[in-house]
Design a protein around this ligand. Structure first.
Ligand code: FAD
Ligand code: GLY
Length: 373
């Protein structure tokens, strides 16, 4: 095959989709089921404006990815018939204390300078008119963000890739690489060996373990995120509500609300702590008091892949130029999936990428990388 992708999360699947569309012969290898890790835990916000409030190398990619989504969603629907729960109802970014309000006004000013047509400041009265169940004293920043069902979108990318000829091998773990004359020519898996021209490692928070087999020390760590979901008899929200203190409430189909999320560094355990559930619900009820009367539905946790400098790794291995590492999307892998698929496909085809990719390089300065011998 032309390209072997290790990892069937949203990043591996979006790369597979784009490459298969361009005519490459692609295989995705997943140690379990598609989207079984972070990509199914995510709340599904395509929130370019909510996560960044100062300059960051990801902003151009986040905006391009967000802009690409309406067309990508339509294309995936046409190809797969999978309903991914996409909507563009937008988001209210708000404050629950004076201190948060001060940070929020800076956040708003940052975006007003960059994309004035995408953000709007609302007074408390305007917030009440938009979302009558939201308690708000300080006003809010409204942004035109979109959202999806993260797991369904991840699966749709993989099925879209299959519709274009890609193969997915579930329940197959890659544990090492095959080397021939100082080149990586394939992988060793729990189901046997596979050879490929190029290999993409997109294993989320587990990428460093595989990268070590290629003598690459990635400066990464896992960050567990816990969520709660509740249901209500009538809809409580139309827009996503995201407080400056990190609490978000995302309205889904069938009057379901996802309430997120904790951020517990250095944990691979997908357990949910009782105190996290208590804190998530308390913060959510502070913003939408009617949540107190909702019906409890579920709790879950996922492991976000974070890098030490907060910038994903997207690039070729410094020694094995046919091996690419794509990971570290931390809180924004769903949002960044569309553009990551396009960028990595361009890189594999040796085309010019229309973004400055230097900050994402595996050989960037500082804490970014170490190739050891
Ligand atoms: P993963 O989804 O973790 O996929 C990696 C895959 O690789 C897994 O399926 C794993 O089984 C497989 N794998 C690992 N090792 C091997 C191996 N050796 N062989 C074969 N397969 C292997 N982002 C947003 O943009 N919006 C949100 O609203 C949002 N909300 C979030 C809420 C929570 C609670 C969490 C935890 C995350 C959230 N994120 C959100 C972040 C987003 O989920 C991640 O950035 C994204 O899912 C990362 O995708 P990935 O494909 O890199 O990793
Ligand atoms: N982007 C939301 C989260 O990671 O929790």
């Amino acid at each position: 095959m032309d390209v072997l992708i290790v990892g069937g999360g949203i990043i591996g699947s979006s790369i597979a989709f784009e490459l298969a569309k361009r005519g490459a012969s692609v295989v995705v290898i997943e140690r379990g089921e598609l989207a079984q890790e972070a990509s199914s835990a995510a709340a599904g916000m395509l929130g370019a404006h909510s996560e960044f409030s100062t300059d960051h190398p990801l902003i151009p990619l986040a905006l391009a990815s967000q802009a690409a989504f309406p067309a990508v969603i339509a294309e995936l629907r046409e190809l797969t018939n999978i309903e991914v729960g996409w909507n563009e109802a937008g988001m209210l970014k708000l404050a629950t204390t004076m201190e948060e309000y001060e940070k929020l006004t800076e956040h708003y000013e940052f975006w007003r300078r960059i994309q004035p047509q995408h953000v709007r400041w609302l007074t408390p009265k305007e917030v009440a008119n938009m979302e009558r169940n939201v308690r708000n004293e300080y006003g809010a920043m409204y942004t035109i963000d979109q959202q999806v069902n993260a797991k369904q979108l991840s699966v749709a990318f993989a099925h879209g890739a299959m519709a274009k000829g890609a193969r997915v091998l579930p329940y197959t773990e890659v544990y090492d690489f095959i080397f021939e004359r100082e080149r990586v020519v394939g992988v060793k898996t729990t189901s046997g060996t596979l050879y490929a021209e190029r290999i993409v490692i997109a294993c989320g928070a587990w990428t460093p373990m595989l990268a070590e087999k290629l003598r690459l020390s990635l400066h990464m760590y896992p960050v567990k995120g816990e969520c709660v979901s509740v249901t209500t008899e009538t809809p409580l929200l139309q827009t996503t509500v995201f407080a400056k203190n990190g609490c978000y409430i995302v309205p889904k189909a069938n009057n379901r609300l996802i309430i997120g999320a904790s951020a517990i560094a250095h944990s691979f355990a997908k357990t949910v702590q009782t105190c996290s559930v208590q804190q998530l619900l308390a913060r959510a009820m502070q913003i939408v008091p009617a949540i107190a009367h909702s019906t409890f539905e579920n709790v879950w946790a996922g492991i976000r892949p974070q890098t030490k400098d907060g910038i994903p790794y997207i690039g070729a291995h410094p020694q094995y130029e046919n091996v690419f590492v794509v990971t570290g999307h931390y809180r924004n892998g769903i949002l960044l999936s569309a553009i990551t698929g396009t960028i990595v496909s361009d890189m594999l085809e040796r085309k010019d990428v229309p973004f400055d990719m230097t900050p994402f390089s595996l050989t960037r300065k500082g804490e970014g990388h170490a190739l050891h011998h």
